[in-house]
Design a protein around this ligand. Sequence first.
Ligand code: NCD
Length: 321
Amino acid sequence: MTQQRRPDGSLRHLLTLEGLPRPELEALLERAQHFVRRAGEPAPQSTALAGVTVANMFTEPSTRTRVSFELAAKRLGADVVNLEVQLSSRVKGESMLDTVFTLEALHVDVFVLRDAEVGVPTMVAGSVAPHVSVLSAGEAHVSHPTQGLLDALTVLQKKGRCDGLSIAIVGDIRHSRVARSACHAFQTLGVSDLRIIAPDALMPDAGEFKGCARSADIAQGITGCDVVMMLRIQKERFANTTIPAGDDYFREFGLTAGRLTRAKPDAIVMHPQPMNRGVEIESAVADGPQSAIRLQVANGVAVRMAALEVLAAPLAARQRR
Ligand code: NCD
């Protein structure tokens, strides 16, 4: 993994949660909690990033994550530009860097990158000027650090802790950066019983998700869990599928109100969205009393504010001099 840190040890880039020590993760989450507001209250406003310019560069379609990064940067007082870049995969690496260097010349200080190819955020992080930071907004199937943070924050808010919890992640684990980053966060924060539940074709390779129990049976897999996290089937990440389609998938792996009774009575249900209602989750569950899905969305802005603030702290200090 590329060095995410500056020579003084502070966090410069956020490309993965893997290896972030627990106190650092907790400090980020605590800072995020500081930016959480109840519905109806005014959104948080800060000038921490005044004079800093943030570019959101997304080469994969995204509404939720991009908007949430944009609001986070604006609420910290940053200047923000949004680019939806369509690049053919062959020339991608090079043209991505060209675009990055152009934006750097326009005084962009922070790049928020989403890309379908493995390694692009790391490559950009290794190529930019020393004062510039890179924040991954989703790298292929590999990592989605701010999603992992918002998932952890949601669990902390609802359960008061991660230590000792049982958490089941269900669905397309194999292609999911959400599952990988959630797993890094949960394991660091002390989740003792982490389970991954998927049809064989959507299970990750044996060397991955160390320490997680595996199951192909959702009813058995979620039994006694505190948290059930559902995932979308990432059809765009694989060509040949041997998984049951639509209705059949729902019958075998969908989260229904009936199945949810196997989890603890106070279990919460999570989903990173976009959801396919009637495929991985029943609407009654998605919108039901145990759902924390909207809370996840709300927490997205708060964790992105915290991450931007931490990474750009030296830039902001430069601005104040
Ligand atoms: C996730 C993603 O892009 O990885 N969504 C998100 O960040 N809002 C999950 C998904 O696309 O299924």
